[in-house]
Design a protein around this ligand. Sequence first.
Ligand SMILES: [Zn+2]
Length: 244
Amino acid sequence: MGQLLAEKLDGGPLSGIPLFLQNEADVAALGEMEFNAGAPVDPLLYVSINQGVGAGVIVGDRLLTGARGFAGEVGHMILQIDGPLCSCGRRGCAEALIGMRAMLRPGEAEEPGPHSLPDIRGRLIDGDRKTAKAVESAGRYLGVLLQNLATAYDPACIVLGGSVVELGDAFLDPALTTLNEYAGAAGLAPTPVRTSRFGADAVAAGAAALARYRVTRPQLPLAGGGARASATTPAESEGEETSL
Ligand SMILES: [Zn+2]
């Protein structure tokens, strides 16, 4: 992608400008870090919930990309043995239990399920019990995922973003209740959780943050995942992976 973009820009006013590629959850996490006027919040996790589920992980003022660029692909953490089939081919991934598809019931001839996020929202407003149950179940599994992430990273804050978050309390309340119950059962304080301060613009703001991050931070050693952030050579951008 980086190579294609560079070729398209070649010869124009932006010819030769540095280009950086990173997936949407990663850049949204950078947006929360870079455009924060208050005290540093670190570790910070940005969990993005759309059709897919992914996370951007900030640890020690750095975006954690992993050895092969797959760090933060939390949508493919297994939450249920032999659970529903995921887009990745495995069963029981978080994405298959939390992502938008988990709330789209298979259509029944006499009573088709919702077909889109606005449809889910409309059915929630209308008091459709099956839809409310599916959204609550997805929210509970989000709480389980957040609990696992809280255990792994001990984050100062978890930020939630992505289109599914727009479902509001029907989705978020069961998630926070589940997360806080797990914390309470172990005698721990609840992990702070909030929604993205940039809302639907989180990824766009994050893209600006990515440029700032790459330009103002000393370069990481270009090994594995660190290398994929640079789009200046085709070899480096081969490992790029974009979450839906
Ligand atoms: Zn999966």
